[in-house]
Ligand binder design. Structure first.
Ligand code: SF4
Length: 165
């Protein structure tokens, strides 16, 4: 399978590993390559240094500013639900950027709750995201999905009927 870990899978990984497996089976070979999209962000940002909204793998990323020579990427969330998974997804993007030679830090923005949470890719979080990426590859290689475990998220999950009908 032509498979690449993306931000959506990272986010799902921290909510439900079964969803990771199910989503991986729905990915087509010509899915938008996030690395290309991140490359495009950098290119666009070089030309236009102001707020810019970019869609990476279905996640809305607002490029905010350059501070002290560092790119700050902000992700807007409607609420603080599933904050941990949103943070890990942003860390994944920061890691992608780092691998392209771009140092960036992140901000999770929750306008409705007037919250701004700093997200910094340090050695510990980088190791964690790399481990998650490896684990996602193992999950996806499995012949069967992980067992369904009922969680709050199931109610709004696209696979709810499949898992619980
Ligand atoms: S319905 Fe629940 S168990 Fe099934 S994939 Fe979604 S979150 Fe996971």
């Amino acid at each position: 399978m032509d498979f690449q870990v993306n931000g959506t899978l990272i986010q799902q990984y921290y909510i439900c590993k079964r969803e990771v497996w199910l989503t991986s089976r729905n990915l087509s070979g010509d899915q938008d390559n996030e690395n290309l999209q991140i490359g495009k962000i950098i290119a666009e940002f070089t030309y236009k240094r102001n707020n810019k909204e970019v869609d990476i793998g279905g996640s809305k990323i607002d490029l905010i500013k350059i501070e002290n020579g560092e790119l700050v990427v902000g992700e807007v969330k409607k609420s603080s639900r599933f904050l941990e998974s949103a943070e890990k997804q942003l860390l994944f993007y920061l890691l992608q950027l780092k691998e392209m030679g771009v140092n960036a830090r992140g901000e999770l923005l929750i306008p409705e709750e007037k919250e701004k949470i700093a997200v910094v890719l340090d050695a510990g979080s980088e190791e964690e995201i790399r481990a998650a990426m490896t684990d996602i590859e193992h999950i996806v290689e499995g012949q069967l999905p992980p067992q369904a475990v009922k969680i709050k998220y199931c109610r709004n999950c696209a696979y709810s009927e499949f898992c619980w009908a």
